[in-house]
Design a protein around this ligand. Structure first.
Ligand SMILES: O=C(O)c1cc(=O)[nH]c(=O)n1[C@@H]1O[C@H](COP(=O)(O)O)[C@@H](O)[C@H]1O
Length: 283
């Protein structure tokens, strides 16, 4: 876990390059039943496939990161998972980085299997990164970090989530006086030490969380910032939440952009507008 790689193709470098070229934006592919209705698609694997493939066709050649939310595919069983496989493959082929939003966390020996499923190129579900939950201990995620490093992929660890229930766990104070979230931030910082422009282990900090008093300055990794749009936060909140760390923020929106569909030109303009707004605030 102390190995440091600063080769240009580690995930931090790949993400920084994608953001520089395409703008600071991650678009979530979240085929909510209500969105399937609005797009006049069926609430089944066929509907999800049409939905997700439209997003990929409209956006994968222009946004930095696409983030399929796995549960919306899993709920349709093996056919839904097969759709997810194709979405991951096609989005990456069109040049987007794919962040598998699976929020996995378990004992280390099982985390090893998740690493094989989502971060090893031998798997049909392999993306460029995944979301992970640290509540079995950040150390339990070691197999994810090792597999990510081995293949130039990344991991985004939940720290200060965008939902209102998050602080009851994440602001809890541990025996050493730090909050749970600060412990996560500090452990991730040590995993990213020595990397440039930043390391392959990101953290999730919602744009909704306000000024929490946590120290974000040492993470040396990307910040995934959901909570924008449908959950109420706007671009200006990024300045308040991230302060001087805002140069490493990857804003993430799902419904706010997806509601513009199914028209592909409308999806593209919604994404372009969001990327422009975020670029201005994060500069
Ligand atoms: O890890 C995430 O992506 C995530 C973390 C978090 O703290 N809050 C959060 O909303 N998300 C995800 O980000 C997306 C937000 O969707 P919208 O509210 O529609 O933009 C959903 O897929 C959530 O599961």
């Amino acid at each position: 876990m102390t190995q440091v790689a600063t080769t240009p193709d580690h995930f931090g470098a790949r993400l920084a390059k994608a953001v520089a070229e395409r703008g600071p934006l991650c678009v979530g592919i979240d085929p909510h039943p209500g969105l399937l209705d609005a797009w006049e698609l069926t609430r089944d694997a066929d509907g999800v496939e049409r939905f997700a493939r439209t997003v990929v066709e409209a956006l994968a050649d222009r946004v930095a990161v696409l983030k399929p939310q796995s549960a919306f595919f899993e709920r349709y069983g093996s056919r839904g998972i097969a759709v997810l496989e194709r979405v991951i493959r096609d989005a990456r082929a069109a040049g987007a980085l794919v962040l598998n939003d699976v929020k996995r966390g378990d004992i280390g020996s099982t985390v090893e299997a998740y690493a094989g499923a989502y971060l090893d190129p031998a798997s049909p579900l392999c993306g460029d990164a995944l979301t992970a939950s640290p509540y079995l201990g950040v150390g339990s995620l070691a197999p994810l970090i090792a597999t990510a490093r081995a293949h130039g992929n990344g991991v985004f660890v939940l720290a200060l989530t965008s939902n209102p229930e998050g602080p009851s766990v994440q602001h809890a104070v541990a025996a050493d006086g730090r909050t749970v979230a600060q412990t996560v931030l500090d452990e991730v910082a040590s995993l990213n030490a020595g990397y440039e422009p930043y390391g392959p282990v990101g953290v999730v900090v919602g744009a909704t969380v306000g000024e929490t008093g946590h120290d974000l300055s040492r993470v040396n990794g990307p910040f995934l910032a959901p909570g924008l749009g449908a959950q109420g936060a706007g671009p200006d909140d990024l300045r308040a939440v991230f302060g001087n760390a805002r140069g490493s923020v990857l804003p993430s929106v799902s419904r706010e952009v997806l509601r513009a569909g199914p028209d592909m030109a409308a999806l593209r303009s919604a994404a372009a507008r969001a990327a422009d707004d975020f670029r201005t605030v994060l500069a």
